[in-house]
Design a protein around this ligand. Structure first.
Ligand code: CMX
Length: 443
């Protein structure tokens, strides 16, 4: 009965999701019923104590990361999607709406699907008044990620999933109100991000949305950047940062917290507190801070690569990491870095920061590669993003992780919707004390 009533009011994307979920839920049930005992790997003491890297322990459909090749979204690489996903302008970057559609449904969208999402998200973007009040209550110098995560969590009290749950929603219908929360939440993020940006750096001179624009361009517009170049850059940015399979801290946290049936605001808000760590999304700010410090100390970097080498060594000797380099899974240059480098070479080839970034790309891997414990000396996504933002005037680098967070919602929330459709159980791995590990090792 519930399902028939809902089908009548479903938009075409929700309806398609419901059809797909029916098929995939049946497949998952069959898999568990018939093959639960099948071994798929081994867990060693090393795997537990190295952060479970390489241990398959999550089901994630939206994207898959290959150590050598990089990310594929539902099987498609970044260069493939730059050709295949709908764009606002023929020579521009893919619209992030299209990537969301692909991650959610596993099918390439048409332009009409993407236009539908742009309109739908515009229509759902209005923020409850208390969100503005909450943000305004923070001292103005409060870190942007603190303001951002708090604003997201504050909306949990309006969660449609939560009220439906309290009204007695059955497990088979959990996905339905989750879909509504996910769409509301994604729609609202540009408003929240832009509000924090204008409040923090532009004396709270806020800019109304332009609902004729797509999701990423509207964010640029509300931040105060109303030119095609910044619209194009933010489309690229929102496309590249959206998802990186299930095990990274922001995705895994969203999934884990969601597994307790915490609503999407709680789950994604928790994911954002993980993104705020310097080894994860905060690295995009650290890259610029580190580069500024380097230039201050050694002068224009590319004039003497030996000076760069020495500066890198000094950072390492001080016990710090080189931000933007290394990765827990990747073993080659991150194709998200490559996409940003190509964008830079095409549109801002003479930018001094781009030139510095290129020099670092020549020197840092060579230095890190000479240190045996470092498994991947190559740049990750964060090595390239800040330089592009700087070029177009988005200079407030302590805001950059918020932009990463807005984009990351597309991946982690489409996966959360699948988690609900599958009815995945609460996550509860087992822990053991050190004594237990020593005993296993015969120590
Ligand atoms: N600079 C200095 N040391 C590094 C390093 C780097 N860029 N990358 C790895 N290492 C060190 C690790 O700190 C570790 O040292 P200890 O054994 O002394 O603790 C050792 O090399 C082995 O690390 P690893 O197995 O190669 O890498 P991890 O999976 O442990 O960590 C990552 C991966 C990304 C946290 C790490 O490479 C790093 O700290 N990079 C710099 C921060 C960064 O750019 N993070 C963003 C990643 C992408 C994202 O999520 O946004």
């Amino acid at each position: 009965m519930t399902i028939i009533i809902q089908l009548k009011t479903m938009d075409h994307i929700k309806k398609r999701f419901e059809e797909k979920a029916r098929v995939q839920v049946a497949e998952l049930k069959k898999l568990v019923a018939e093959h639960a005992d099948k071994k798929i790997g081994e867990v060693t003491i090393g795997s537990v104590l190295s952060g479970m890297k390489g241990t398959v322990s999550l089901l994630t459909d939206t994207s898959k990361l290959d150590p050598d090749e990089g990310i594929r979204f539902r099987g498609y690489s970044i260069p493939e999607l730059q050709k295949l996903l709908p764009k606002a302008q023929p020579e521009g970057e893919p619209l992030p709406e299209g990537l969301f559609y692909l991650m959610l449904l596993g099918e390439l969208p048409g332009k009409a699907d993407v236009d539908f999402l742009s309109k739908e998200w515009s229509a759902r973007a209005e923020l409850p008044d208390y969100v503005y009040k909450l943000i305004d209550a923070f001292p103005v110098q409060t870190r942007p990620m603190v303001q951002f995560s708090s604003a997201i969590l504050s909306m949990a009290s309006d969660s449609r999933f939560m009220s439906a749950y309290l009204d007695g929603l059955g497990k088979q219908d959990h996905w339905d109100s989750t879909y509504e929360d996910v769409m509301d939440l994604i729609a609202r993020l540009p408003r929240i991000a832009a509000y924090i940006y204008r409040r923090t750096y532009h004396d709270s001179k806020h800019i109304d949305p332009d609902n004729s624009l797509d999701w990423a361009a509207n964010l640029a517009h509300m931040m105060g950047f109303d030119n095609y170049e910044v619209h194009r850059l933010l489309r690229l940015y929102m496309f590249l940062h959206a998802d990186h399979e299930g095990g990274n801290v922001s995705a895994h946290t969203t999934h884990l917290v969601g597994s307790a049936l915490s609503n999407p605001y709680y789950a994604y808000g928790a994911g954002m507190t993980g993104l705020a760590g310097p080894l994860h999304g905060f690295a995009n700010q650290e890259v610029i801070r580190w580069m500024f410090n380097m230039i201050e100390e050694i002068g224009p970097a590319c004039e003497d690569k030996d000076k760069i080498r020495k500066y890198v060594m000094k950072t390492l000797e001080e016990g710090k990491v080189i931000p933007g380099y290394g990765h827990a899974v990747l073993r080659k240059t991150d194709p998200r870095f490559t996409a940003q480098l190509e964008f830079g070479r095409k549109y801002l080839p003479d930018d001094p920061w781009l030139i510095t970034m290129t020099c670092l790309y020549e020197v840092v891997p060579e230095v890190l590669g000479s240190i045996s414990k470092i498994k991947n000396p190559w740049p990750n996504v964060d090595a390239g993003s800040g330089v592009l933002l700087l070029h177009y005037g988005i200079k407030e680098f302590d805001f950059y992780t918020v932009l990463f967070g807005v984009s990351r919602a597309l991946g982690v929330l489409s996966q959360l919707l699948w988690d609900r459709a599958y009815g995945l159980p609460i996550e509860r791995p087992t822990s053991q004390p050190l004594e237990w590990f020593k005993k296993q090792a015969g120590m």
